[in-house]
Design a protein around this ligand. Structure first.
Ligand code: AMP
Ligand code: MG
Length: 422
């Protein structure tokens, strides 16, 4: 495990007081390593987990050449350009019940979708194109088919002995179905990441407490809980921790003992009168960053014991944005995932947006299809870092990059869609 100083030494021009969003991700990618611990998971339990070993196909899918349609199977070598083909039907092949007889020239077999192609046959005429001919025959119109049509080849999906899934893949519905298609009952996955989180601040009320002047209800624990749960983490909710050195020390020590990562909100801005920063410094190897971004800016990062610490700002939108921009990719790496972040979407801005170059802005955006079918995005209005309703109305974050300046109406902008993360 690298110390902060070791990581900082690898980075050119590292300045904790002026970090770009890219530099933050670069730093975090070097700081965190996948946690150890592998377990077997049944295919249902594997959903959302990260694969810990490469999977090589133990069998071919499909196992045999088979029909892609309900129709009649025949030897395609008999097809002649411009001429119809008349065939005698000599049997039926059902899915799960192969037809064993032999088929000669001028003959065909009625076949169902998924049924094994009888020996020597490579082409299927779909039922709806086969015209009745005589007692027990069909006529295939001219120029309808090529040899090999409507046949699925053995192993065209997955070939026995070939790589099927690489370690580091996050297992979604498609991956789980694919694993099952290989007949595998269980796979090796990384153990679930344990993440402890708490909110700090004397003005923060827990649910159930009566309102009082100057105090606000804690929303950050609920957004962080949701973001972590969507990511497939095991969550350890530690409540709201009062601004009291002994309570904070106990909370940090407890979290570090139990969790792979600790997420706190509040108390990391410069000039905070509280003890959160001081306690982080006392207990761990922690840097206090000022990030050139909006919303967000202050963030504490480091380690307490063996746990990675993410000290997020207090403002509710800043918590979500810093989570999506920095914490989520770092947690994925801790989970053993090797997936790349999804590409940003390009959309036309419906409005002019004021933006200062030299910081990254994450504006809450609503992406819609314009009448001409292109993608268009508008902001949700008030972009205050405490306006959580802006996150509710938005379906993505408009990412205005570090060097970017003002946006004119009609300009294309990048959007990080929430798809699946919120
Ligand atoms: P701080 O970063 O501690 O200065 O907090 C910045 C702002 O976020 C203040 O207005 C806090 O009241 C608010 N805030 C801090 N923590 C929470 C929380 N858990 N839930 C809702 N708002 C919070
Ligand atoms: Mg505070």
């Amino acid at each position: 495990m690298k110390t902060l100083a070791e990581v900082a030494a690898q980075l050119q021009g590292y300045d904790p007081q002026a970090l770009s969003a890219d530099a933050v991700n670069d730093f975090l990618a070097r700081l965190v390593e996948p946690v150890a611990g592998i377990e077997q998971a049944g295919v249902f339990e594997a959903l959302g987990r990260v694969l810990a070993e490469d999977i090589v196909s133990p069998l071919s899918v499909p196992p045999h050449d088979n029909s892609a349609m309900d129709g009649y199977a025949f030897d395609g070598a008999q097809l002649q350009a411009g001429a119809p083909l008349t065939l005698e039907v000599v049997g039926t092949a059902l899915a799960g019940k192969a037809w064993q007889g032999s088929v000669g020239a001028g003959q065909c077999v009625k076949i169902m979708t998924g049924a094994i192609m009888p020996a020597g046959l490579d082409t299927v005429v779909p039922q709806e194109f086969a015209q009745p001919a005589g007692e027990a025959g069909i006529r295939i119109p001219p120029n309808l088919l090529e040899p090999g049509d409507n046949r699925r080849l053995a192993g065209e999906d997955l070939m026995r002995g070939r790589p099927a899934l690489a370690r580091g893949a996050r297992l979604g519905p498609a991956e789980c179905g694919l694993i099952a298609s290989l007949g595998l009952q269980a796979v090796a996955v990384h153990r679930r990441l344990r993440v402890a989180y708490f909110s700090t601040g004397d003005e923060i009320l827990s649910l159930g407490e009566p309102p009082r002047e100057g105090a606000v209800y804690d929303s950050n624990r609920y957004t962080v809980f949701g973001l972590l749960t969507r990511l497939g983490c095991e969550v350890i909710d530690m409540g709201v921790v009062r601004d009291d050195p002994s309570l904070l020390e106990a909370a940090f020590r407890d979290a570090a003992a139990k969790a792979d990562a600790i997420i706190t909100s509040g108390g990391v801005s410069v000039g905070e009168a509280d003890y959160t920063r001081a306690m982080m410094k006392k207990l761990g190897d922690v840097a206090f960053w000022r990030i050139a971004m909006r919303p967000g800016r202050p963030m504490a990062v480091g380690r307490i014991g063996d746990s990675v610490l993410f000290g997020l700002p207090g403002n509710p939108v800043a918590v979500m944005v810093t989570f999506l921009a920095f914490v989520r990719p770092a947690l994925l790496r801790l989970m053993g995932s090797t997936e790349n972040p999804p590409p940003l979407l390009r959309a036309r801005s419906a409005e002019a947006i004021r933006k200062k170059a030299g910081r990254t802005e994450y504006q809450r955006g609503i992406v819609e299809s314009a009448p001409d079918g292109s993608l268009q995005v508008r902001t949700t209005g008030n972009q205050g870092s405490g306006v959580l309703s802006s996150m509710v109305r938005a379906n993505g974050l408009i990412v205005l990059h570090h060097r970017q300046g003002n946006v004119a109406a009609g300009d294309e902008v990048d959007v990080m869609m929430f798809a699946g993360t919120l």
